[in-house]
Design a protein around this ligand. Structure first.
Ligand SMILES: [Mg+2]
Length: 364
C-alpha cells in the first residue's frame, strides 16, 4: 500500500454555544482535514484544529508543515513500513504537533485498513465504549448553572467546569453549580493556567472546605512551571492533572519523575499523534499514574482517533472527548458513535471514517 498523494482541506462546524475558557472564546470548529491516498484506493483520514493559544499551531502553520515537510517525507513510501514512516514523520520538522497528529492518525487509519483490524484492537483493545464528561464554559454563575442543568438533562453525570478568569469568583461559580446538580454528579475543573501556585492552593483548599467535592483540577498554573505544579500537588486536597504542561512523552516522564501531578492529560494535538500518545500511556502504566484523554475544539475525525486510543488502554480512566457533542451538527461519515456521554468505537478496519457530507470540505 504505497502513499500516492496527501490532500488537504478545510471544514467548518458550528458549536451549539460559544466555547469560553480562561484563554479564549470561539463559536465554531474550523479545522484542517488531511486525506492520505494510496495506490490501492484506500484513503486515510486525519484532522487538526488550529489551537494557536495552546499549541502555537495556526491554520497556515498546519498546512505549511504538511505541504513543505510531510508530503516529501511520505509520498511514495509503503504504509507497511509503519515504524519507519512514524519515525520519519516525527523527525521531519520540529514541534508542529497538530500537523503531525493529523498525518499520524491518517497513517494509523491506513495501517489498520491494510491488516483489516480496527486501530483500537491494534493498540490493545481494552473496551468498546467509554463515557465522556462535557465542558461547561466560564460565564456568570447563573448562566453556568443553566448550562450544567442542560447537560444533566442530556444525561451527563460528569461535568468539566472551566474556571480561572477571576479567582475570587470561581468559588461562587462552583458553589452555585454544586448546589444545583444531583449529588452524585462528578465535577472536575479546568483552570487553564489561570492561577499562581499560591492562589491555586488557597482556592482549591477553599473549595474542599466548602464541600464542593471537586474530582480533580486541570492545569492550575502556567504550563512551563513544573515546580509550581508540584507545589500545588503537594499542598492541595484536590488532585492535580497536568494538561498544557505535557506536550511530549519527555514532559510526561519529567512530571511523573518529579511527582509534579497526580494525573496526566493526553491530547493527540499536543503530543503529535497516536504514536507518541502510546509512549505517554506506557510511561504512565510504569509509574501507575492514571491518564485522562482530552481534545481541543475538534470535529469527529480527530476525536475518533482519540476514542480508539481510549478504548485500547486501561490506564486512560478519565475521558474528556466532548468535541463532537459540543458541535450542532456532524458532517463526518463513519467513525465512533457519539450518543451524548456514551461513545462507542467503530469495529471497521482502521479508524472507520468514511468521508464527509458532500460539499462540507473545501479542498486546497
Ligand atoms: Mg485542559
Amino acid at each position: 500500500m504505497k502513499i500516492t498523494e496527501i490532500r488537504l482541506g478545510r471544514i467548518s462546524v458550528p458549536l451549539r454555544v460559544p466555547f469560553k475558557t480562561a484563554l479564549r472564546s470561539v463559536d465554531s470548529v474550523e479545522d484542517v482535514i488531511v486525506e492520505i491516498h494510496t495506490d490501492n484506493g484506500a484513503v486515510g483520514y486525519g484532522e487538526a484544529p488550529p489551537t494557536g493559544v495552546i499549541t502555537g499551531d495556526t491554520t497556515g502553520a498546519i498546512i505549511g508543515a504538511i505541504q513543505d515537510h510531510m508530503v516529501k517525507t511520505l509520498v511514495g513510501r509503503d504504509v507497511d513500513d509503519f515504524e519507519d514512516i512514524m519515525i520519519a514523520l516525527q523527525g521531519c520538522i520540529l514541534k508542529n504537533t497538530s500537523a503531525k497528529a493529523a498525518v499520524d492518525m491518517a497513517l494509523w487509519d491506513l495501517y489498520g485498513q491494510l491488516y483489516k483490524i480496527p486501530v483500537y484492537k491494534l493498540m490493545g483493545g481494552a473496551r468498546k465504549s467509554i463515557v465522556t464528561d462535557i465542558t461547561i464554559s466560564v460565564n456568570e454563575p447563573d448562566e453556568m448553572v443553566r448550562d450544567a442543568m442542560n447537560a444533566i438533562q442530556r444525561g451527563y453525570d460528569c461535568l468539566k467546569v472551566k474556571v480561572g478568569k477571576e479567582p475570587e469568583k470561581d468559588i461562587a461559580r462552583l458553589s452555585a453549580i454544586r448546589q444545583a446538580v444531583p449529588k452524585d454528579t462528578l465535577i472536575r475543573i479546568d483552570a487553564n493556567q489561570g492561577w499562581t501556585p499560591k492562589e491555586a492552593v488557597r482556592i482549591l483548599n477553599g473549595m474542599q472546605e466548602r464541600g464542593l467535592d471537586i474530582e480533580f483540577v486541570e492545569q492550575p498554573v502556567k504550563a512551563h512551571d513544573f515546580e509550581g505544579l508540584k507545589y500545588v500537588t503537594e499542598r492541595s486536597y484536590v488532585p492535580v492533572l497536568a494538561d498544557e504542561s505535557v506536550f511530549s512523552p519527555e514532559d510526561a516522564m519529567k512530571i511523573m519523575q518529579m511527582g509534579a501531578a497526580d494525573l496526566i492529560n493526553i491530547k493527540l494535538m499536543k503530543c503529535g499523534g497516536l504514536y507518541n500518545a502510546l509512549k505517554i500511556a506506557s510511561a504512565a502504566e510504569v509509574y501507575g499514574v492514571e491518564c485522562m484523554i482530552g481534545c481541543m475544539l475538534e470535529a469527529k475525525i480527530s476525536v475518533n482517533a482519540a476514542v480508539h486510543l481510549a478504548c485500547a488502554k486501561k490506564i486512560i480512566t478519565k475521558i474528556d472527548l466532548d468535541g463532537p457533542v459540543l458541535c450542532s451538527e456532524d458532517p463526518i461519515l463513519g467513525g465512533a458513535v457519539f450518543n451524548e456521554q456514551l461513545i462507542t468505537v467503530s469495529d471497521e478496519p482502521g479508524l472507520g471514517i468514511k468521508g464527509f457530507e458532500s460539499g462540507r470540505v473545501t479542498y486546497l
